[in-house]
Design a binder for this molecule. Structure first.
Ligand SMILES: Nc1ncnc2c1ncn2[C@@H]1O[C@H](COP(=O)(O)OP(=O)(O)OP(=O)(O)O)[C@@H](O)[C@H]1O
Ligand SMILES: [Mg+2]
Length: 111
């Protein structure tokens, strides 16, 4: 039997009051809070248009944040460019080159 840890599992990702407004209407993402523990597997589930992709894009740096913060291992990455975040994202509508192999698709941007 394992002894319960006295210190909580560190958060890999912490989202604090994250909000995205595209216009003057209802926010696409409205002040959400989420803590994802290191080593865990997390799924965002919800109806179409509820803001899943917008949230992931804000975490990965492909969408600006209207307000709130994104922390990666306690580092505030909210305003960092995507390339400096240490995150990766597979897009919903992935743009693969059909004439390239899987390996060459992955290698393309590195080249
Ligand atoms: N670039 C944009 N400009 C304006 N509104 C947007 C933009 N992107 C998303 N939205 C709106 O923000 C809301 C959330 O969209 P989002 O794509 O994040 O939802 P989703 O949960 O990923 O939906 P789905 O399950 O269909 O992929 C929707 O109302 C959508 O119309
Ligand atoms: Mg989506």
């Amino acid at each position: 039997m394992q002894t319960p840890s006295t210190t909580p599992t560190p958060s890999a990702i912490e989202i604090i009051a994250l909000t995205k407004r595209y216009g003057s209407g209802k926010p696409a993402v409205d002040s959400i809070n989420l803590r994802i523990a290191q080593g865990s597997y997390c799924c965002l589930l919800g109806p179409s248009g509820c803001g899943k992709s917008t949230t992931l894009r804000m975490v990965a740096g492909h969408e600006s944040v209207s307000s709130g913060d994104v922390l990666l291992e306690n580092r505030n990455i909210t305003d960092l460019p995507a390339a400096e975040r240490g995150t990766a994202m597979m897009f919903q509508s992935f743009a693969l080159f059909p004439h390239l192999s899987a390996l060459d698709n992955v290698a393309f941007s590195l080249k």
